[in-house]
Design a protein around this ligand. Sequence first.
Ligand code: AQP
Length: 330
Amino acid sequence: MTKGRIFSGIQPTGIIHLGNYVGAIQQWVKLMHDYDCIYCIVDYHAITIEYDRQSLRDNIMEAGVTLIACGIDPERCTLFVQSQVPEHTELAWIFNCITPIGDLERMTQFKEKSAQHREHINMGLLDYPVLQAADILIYKAGFVPVGEDQVQHIELTRRTARRFNNRFGETFPEPQEILTPTSRIMGTDGKTKMSKSLNNYIGILEPPDVIWEKLRTSVTDENRKRRNDPGNPDICNLFTIHKVFSAPEDIARINRACRSAEIGCIECKKILFNNLMAHLAPIQQSAAKLRDKPELVIDALDEGARRCREMAAQVMDEVRIKVGLLPCTK
Ligand code: AQP
């Protein structure tokens, strides 16, 4: 008996980073044991910004490799690629017809992304949360593990479910977000959310020397100008990461020693690097093995898509009838 159905997704827009890992994937792995989990590589979302076709294909495969290497077990959950289940976009169209444009224009992610990609503000970017609502509701999922940045979109998903149910009769649940204890990791600049599309990320499969270089140059507490100035871990992004990857004794010691200037940032970063790599090394090894056997990943994704198509087709039939369309003749 599971505690309910979960849906969550990740965009294949680049290298999966510590923010994705801490804010989402670690939680996905834990939840897999208690819930009926559906995890998706959301490639249709990834094409809402400018992209290169070959890189997209590589990123989709690499997302599959990374997720499985992180512990997403296709035998215990369903892992698939969004574009391989056409019902997602079909349901999104129905939702488009009940979603006020104003709701979408207000979304923080739309405002941020349209500022970032001024030359490429397309309908897909505006419509992103509607497709996300369809991703979740096509499986009638009750829970969505996400980082803090996605909470506004889950609220819109609930509103969409409510609007649909009020107009066409009870059909969809109103899903709840499940936030990770550390639901926001800042980038190496210490100022903006760690993002694949910004040059501020630490990729979990990057070579150790690259990870070290990124950590070494990461912004910490900016008020700490000299080695002997006391620091404030409460405003240091790296301390947030320590809290995830370091042992309680290390965390307590760093907290104390940083405030009293007993320890400098470089020493603190070295401890973090060692603890982080102890955690990431086995994941990096599994990923290397999977890259040598891509057929394992492809088979898992194919099987996931097959299962999802079955579930999604049933819900789409129900939706078609409820909104006044003809059912699909088989
Ligand atoms: N910095 C972060 N801290 C905590 N959680 C994060 N997530 C992303 N960045 C952080 C969570 O990771 C999951 C998958 O994210 P996504 O790839 O679907 O989209 P995103 O949030 O837009 O991630 P990026 O890296 O910022 O991608 P780009 O740059 O392509 O837009 C989500 O649950 C998200 O909350």
